[in-house]
Structures are given as structure tokens and as C-alpha cells.
Design a protein around this ligand. Structure first.
Ligand code: KG4
Ligand code: ZN
Length: 348
């Protein structure tokens, strides 16, 4: 019998302990999650400071850093969870989307370990993982809810119809919101990672520069962030050409307000249209304090429940991969050893 035939025959545990592995970008993460909702450990080894020297993620540096860190991350996740390798019921790994070389490190490691332990391997989409972080944040959260995805690679409003079905209402037509934060950070001379630095600077500024809230009142639930980024660039160039001083904190604050306003607006519109009273948010931008505050306030005003994972579960982590892995596990959706990494995966 092959490995895949063997694991397919194993009974599904009602209280599974799942190891999650994540290596799609610059975080090597490993985590143990019990019953899909209880985080037993959350190890994140980041190569962001190495990447910062280059002003952004260098794929080769990311892959090498994952190779050096993956084994250590997994061992720490197991030991900090107070379990042993023998206690694991399955291994969930991010297979895409992300940097191919980086993903391959996690995928290869997960395949070998699943084979060695003779337990199911689960292929997890990083995008679905970000939404699954919400189940860890609110243990009573159940579909249907409006899922707002706000990462560096994706921006979308969805209806999470069931644990396995997500209907995309709209997504970005160009840049993702996190990408816009990173690009604006670069224009403002802020170091990588851009998002948190824009947020920090914005705290010292005023929202007094008029910037476009792209597609706010058009385009259905789609977004556009490249126009907002260009408006920031044009504003700075104009000021430079006129020899006028630029208040970078005001630029950061005005950009952040415009970017966040559209996110909150479209998510709440979707909740109203679909008669759903919960909005749950996933992705790195959901770590932004201003966004969190605005969403909670605006949702409360409409009697909508806002679910925001703790900041550490908004940015890349492996708990969210194990949480999504749990959903696949109980549905018997296992991968075989031909599993490969994919740079892009469909949003679904
Ligand atoms: O979800 P994530 O960690 O990785 C992807 O799957 O893309 O998101 C990373 C993105 C980056 O663009 C980063 O600048 C942004 O999330 N981000 C933030 C903040 N923290 C991370 N953006 C705004 N404010 C933050 N505090
Ligand atoms: Zn991510």
C-alpha cells in the first residue's frame, strides 16, 4: 500500500492536533493547533531584518533563510505546544501563493515529515489561511460572514458561505492594499516592511491632503489601489517641483485614511446587502491600528459584529495554516506526495 492509500484509510480524529508550516514569503512559521481553534504554539522566525537591507524581499535570501530556519521552527512549535511528533494527526502546509523557492522549502519539509510520520499531508492556500485566522480569534465564529481580505498580495470582499465555500464579491483590479502601503512607504523613504512604518508616521500627521478614494462609489465590490498610490507620488513630485516643503506625516496619514475608508465602506455595504451581521478580516493590513479602530467603530454603528484576529495572527503565521488545514482534514481532503508549490493560486 502506498503512503497516500494508507493515510486515506486512517480514521479522522475528532480532536485533531495539526502542525502548520508556512514559508510563502519572509516568515518561516510553524504552529500546533488543536481542534482547529486552539493555538498550542506559534513560532515565527522572520528574515525581515535581512530583507530590509535590500529595501524589500529578495526571493533567494528568503529561500535560504527558510532552509536554515524550518527545522528549528518545527521543533520549537512541537516542544512549545507540549506535544510530541507522535501526537500529530496531520501536517498542513502553505503550497501557494507566494515566492516559489520559499514555498518549496515548506512543502518539501512537510512532505518528508508527513511521510516519515505516516500521517496526512494537507495543502493549504495562503489566502484561505488568512481568513481562517478569524476562527482562532473568535471561537464561536461560524459561516456565513463577510470575509474581508487585506494582505500584501490580495484585497477582496467575500461571503464566507460555509467552512469550505467562499464567494468572491469583488477584489482589487490592480494593486493590493498592502502593496500600496509598501509602495507609499518607499516613496516616503521609509524602510521595509512598509505598512507598519506608514502607520507609525501617520500617527504624527493630519488627514489634510485630498486623495482619491478609488472606486468607493463605483465598481461594485472591486478595489483599486494603484490610482491612490499614483496620487501620492504626484502630490510629492508637485511639491518638490515647486520647492515646497512636504509634511511626510500628513502624506502618510492622508494615504492611510483614504486606503482604509474604502475597505471599511465596502465590507459594511456587503454586510448590509447580504443581510449578514458579521465582518471578519484577515491579512497583514488588518494589523493596522487605525484600520482596526475604524472598522470596529463603523461596524458598531451599523450593529455589525467585527472579528479581527490579534495582530500576530493577521501577518504571516502558521496557526492560520493549521486552522485552514483542520477544515480540510475533517473533510478528508489530503494531498499526496506529488504536491508542488504554486506561485499563484486562485482566490476561492
Ligand atoms: O498578509 P501579509 O503578512 O502577507 C501577504 O500574504 O501578503 O501582508 C503583508 C502586508 C504588507 O504589504 C505589509 O506592509 C502590510 O501587510 N502590513 C501593514 C501593517 N502590517 C503589515 N499595512 C499597514 N499597517 C500595518 N500595521
Ligand atoms: Zn500573508
Amino acid at each position: 500500500m502506498t503512503y497516500f492509500e494508507r493515510v486515506k484509510q486512517k480514521p479522522i480524529s475528532k480532536t485533531p492536533i495539526i502542525l502548520g508550516i508556512e514559508s510563502s514569503c519572509d516568515e518561516t512559521a510553524a504552529s500546533v493547533v488543536k481542534n482547529g481553534r486552539e493555538v498550542l504554539s506559534n513560532v515565527i522566525i522572520s528574515s525581515a531584518t535581512k530583507q530590509a537591507e535590500f529595501g524589500g524581499v529578495v526571493p533567494e535570501i528568503a529561500s535560504r533563510a527558510h532552509t536554515e530556519a524550518v527545522s528549528q521552527a518545527v521543533k520549537r512549535a512541537i516542544s512549545e505546544a507540549g506535544v510530541s511528533f507522535g501526537d500529530l494527526d496531520a501536517i498542513a502546509v502553505t503550497y501557494g501563493a507566494g515566492l516559489l523557492g520559499a514555498l518549496l522549502v515548506g512543502v518539501s519539509y512537510a512532505k518528508s515529515l508527513a511521510y516519515a510520520l505516516d500521517i496526512p499531508l494537507i495543502a493549504v492556500s495562503h489566502i484561505r489561511g488568512h481568513m481562517a485566522a478569524c476562527y482562532l480569534a473568535d471561537k464561536s465564529l461560524q459561516p456565513p460572514f463577510i470575509g474581508l481580505l487585506t494582505s500584501g498580495g490580495h484585497t477582496a470582499v467575500t461571503v464566507v458561505e460555509s467552512y469550505t465555500k467562499m464567494k468572491i464579491l469583488g477584489s482589487t483590479l490592480d494593486d493590493a492594499v498592502g502593496e500600496a502601503f509598501d509602495k507609499v512607504a518607499r516613496v516616503l523613504g521609509l524602510s521595509y516592511p512598509g505598512g507598519p512604518n506608514v502607520e507609525r508616521l501617520a500617527k504624527q500627521g493630519q488627514n489634510d491632503i485630498t486623495l482619491p478614494k478609488m472606486l468607493k462609489n463605483s465598481g461594485g465590490y472591486n478595489f483599486s489601489y494603484s490610482g491612490l498610490k499614483t496620487a501620492v507620488i504626484n502630490y510629492i513630485h508637485n511639491k518638490e517641483q515647486k520647492g515646497e516643503p512636504i509634511n511626510k506625516a500628513d502624506v502618510a496619514c492622508s494615504f492611510q485614511c483614504a486606503a482604509i475608508d474604502v475597505l471599511c465602506y465596502k465590507a459594511i455595504e456587503a454586510a448590509k446587502e447580504y443581510g449578514i451581521n458579521t465582518v471578519a478580516v484577515g491579512g497583514g493590513v488588518a494589523a493596522n491600528g487605525y484600520f482596526r479602530e475604524q472598522l470596529v467603530k463603523k461596524c458598531a454603528y451599523k450593529s455589525i459584529n467585527a472579528v479581527l484576529p490579534p495582530k500576530i495572527l493577521c501577518t504571516d503565521n502558521a496557526c492560520m495554516i493549521a486552522a485552514e488545514g483542520y477544515i480540510q482534514y475533517i473533510n478528508g481532503n489530503f494531498a499526496d506526495l506529488t504536491l508542488n508549490a504554486k506561485a499563484s493560486v486562485e482566490l476561492r
